[in-house]
Design a binder for this molecule. Structure first.
Ligand SMILES: Cc1ncc(C[n+]2csc(CCOP(=O)(O)OP(=O)(O)O)c2C)c(N)n1
Length: 570
């Protein structure tokens, strides 16, 4: 946390007096912000007053959590900083889950909160919350702005910190008196000029390790797309032919069907990916953090592999698994230099390993011919992504449907898969779909949600209607909290405790009550036409997909087991 002091900044030319609120709006405009997601209230009223007539498009969500999730997905899809705002007290606390979500997935976001006037701070004033204190462990940085003159610098600094290095959420708290205060001063923020430096020694050591390996494997993390290193990594893979596995957050970094792409590793990873990791003799980890959902039992993860770890955040390297070679710095130039070095000299001698991985992938390819007449979610989700083509973007909620989407949708770009990976926050899907669609109106954005998570932010259907956002929604309804139900079945002796949602409302009627087109798919022979109808709809549209509550996600690595010990369903 930093308290801004005016002395730290250079005053620029004097202008007519402006309020802190007005300075906030004009700074956001100057930074090129186009969309702000928010919800007003007493402690941020001067800002809302100043918003009227500005160039900023404000999206009035129906719950502040929706504002944070939408801003997060806007950032993931656009590659720019997402912005959300809320009033003090309950408005600010409603942002908290969204802030934690952005922190866990390293998403650049600036969250602006109003607060009570400075004179009232610490007095338990109406709607007063120490939001800096509340969010301290879940922000990259936070700023309490003490005077109107500090507003522009605080905002510029917040954007800079949110977007540079390892990105993350930055909170800017504006007391009400600061919003009202007028000033002629506008302190600019001097953004330091940083040229990325490459750790050449680390890259040379990485090259040596790769040349010595017989079974190298690239372990792609979400940091690759965040670091703008997608093309660099694609070029590295094309040049070397080293097979790859992806974390949940990195899906799409290599297209799903790219040569050598074995799919997701971890708890719901593919057999081919998990076995390759366990067999490999060198893991080239790029922008990944060894999350337990990816590694399974850490002590038995990739037992024979040396580790080359590329990351921008030095504290990630060696955090959970020590690295034999560390390459700390921006991923893009680091990977580019490595590719260049490997291009000279003898080709890698890895053909038997590449062939072994390809055979394993072919042998364990998923089958979509499940018996029965009911809708088979994996096949339906695959069909949706294929019908949408290269413009497909999935904004997923959390649960079985999220894992099915990760495993069975085709992603051709890293921004095509937007999910709450680190935090696993139910309720993400609908507002995330809104944010992603606003970031890229030409994309075919599809929210994929379960009946439980959808209900957590169902009020955002009103936002879709109000702004006519043509988001498509696939609501996979198994009348239960499916992923919890699956765990209860497998690991809690079928003691189904508090997972029954069979009294769900009629989702078609609910959507229609919000003014949104909706229809039901409950038989397999309706899938193809339903998918076409959903994607062809002019405006927002919801497909209510009814599936068998007993359908489970397979394969699965049981908790506490290593990734080679995968369970397969019947
Ligand atoms: C906010 C929040 N609360 C609880 C959980 C724990 N949780 C993870 S998956 C899940 C069930 C999700 O059910 P549903 O949305 O219906 O999706 P399904 O698994 O049935 O596809 C729950 C309760 C969570 N991830 N997030």
């Amino acid at each position: 946390m930093t308290l801004m002091t005016a002395a730290a900044f250079k005053p620029s030319a004097e202008t007519a007096p402006q309020s802190g609120a007005r300075l906030l709006v004009s700074t956001l405009e100057r930074l090129g912000v186009e969309v702000v997601f928010g919800y007003p209230g007493g402690a941020i009223m001067p800002v809302y007053d100043a918003l009227a007539g500005s160039r900023l498009k404000h999206i009035l969500v129906r719950h502040e959590q929706g504002a944070a999730f939408a801003a997060d997905a806007y950032a993931r899809k656009s590659g720019r900083v997402g912005v959300c705002m809320a009033t003090s007290g309950p408005g600010a606390t409603n942002l908290v889950t969204g802030i934690a979500n952005a922190m866990m997935d390293s998403v650049p976001m600036v969250c602006i909160t109003g607060n009570v006037a400075q004179g009232l701070m610490g007095t338990d004033a109406f709607q007063e919350i120490d939001i800096l204190g509340v969010t301290l462990p879940i922000v990259k940085h936070s700023i309490l702005v003490r005077s109107a003159a500090e507003v522009p610098a605080a905002i510029e600094q917040a954007f800079h910190i949110a977007a540079t290095g390892r990105p993350g959420p930055v909170l800017v708290d504006l007391p009400k008196d600061v919003q009202f205060e007028t000033t002629t001063e506008d302190y600019g923020f001097h953004i330091p000029n940083q040229t990325p430096r490459v750790d050449h020694d680390g890259v040379a050591a990485a090259e040596a390790a790769i040349r010595a390996a017989k079974k190298p494997l690239v372990y792609i993390g979400g940091g690759v797309k965040i670091g703008g290193a997608t093309e660099a990594l694609r070029a590295f893979v094309a040049a070397t032919g080293i097979p790859q596995v992806s974390t949940l957050n990195a899906l799409g970094t290599l297209p799903t069907d790219a040569p050598g792409m074995l799919g997701m590793l971890g708890m719901h990873g593919t057999r081919a990916a998990n076995h390759a990791v366990q067999d490999s003799d060198l893991l080239i980890v790029v922008g990944a953090r060894f999350d337990d959902r990816a590694t399974g039992k850490l002590a038995e993860f990739a037992p024979n592999a040396r580790i080359v770890h590329f990351d921008i955040d030095a504290s990630e390297v060696g955090k959970l698994r020590s690295a034999n070679v560390a390459v700390v710095g921006e991923l893009k130039p680091g990977v580019e230099v490595l590719t260049g070095r490997l291009a000279v000299g003898p080709a890698l001698d890895i053909q038997p390993w590449v062939a072994e991985c390809a055979e394993a992938a072919a042998r364990s390819a998923y089958r979509y011919d499940a018996p029965g007449e009911g809708v088979y979610a994996p096949a339906l989700l695959k069909a949706v992504s294929e019908a949408a083509g290269d413009d497909f973007v999935a904004a997923c909620d959390v649960g079985q449907h999220q894992m099915w989407a990760a495993m069975h949708c085709r992603f051709s770009k890293p921004e095509a898969h937007i999910t709450s990976g680190g935090l696993g926050a139910m309720g993400f899907g609908l507002p995330a779909g809104i944010g992603a669609k606003l970031a890229d109106p030409s994309a075919t954005v599809v929210t994929i949600a379960g009946d439980g998570g959808f209900m957590m932010n169902i009020q955002e259907l009103a936002t879709l209607k109000r702004y006519g956002i043509p988001l498509k929604i696939v609501l996979i309804d198994n009348s239960s909290l499916g992923l919890v139900r699956q765990w209860q079945e497998l690991f809690f002796a079928e003691n189904y405790s508090e997972i029954d949602l069979s009294d769900n409302p009629d989702f078609v009627k609910v959507a229609e009550a919000f003014g949104i087109e909706a229809f039901r798919i409950d038989r397999r022979d309706q899938v193809s036409e339903g998918v076409q109808r959903l994607l062809a709809a002019d405006g927002p549209c919801l497909a209510h997909v009814v599936i068998d509550p007993r359908d489970n996600v397979w394969p699965l690595v049981p908790p506490g087991k290593n990734n080679a010990e995968m369970m397969e369903g019947s």
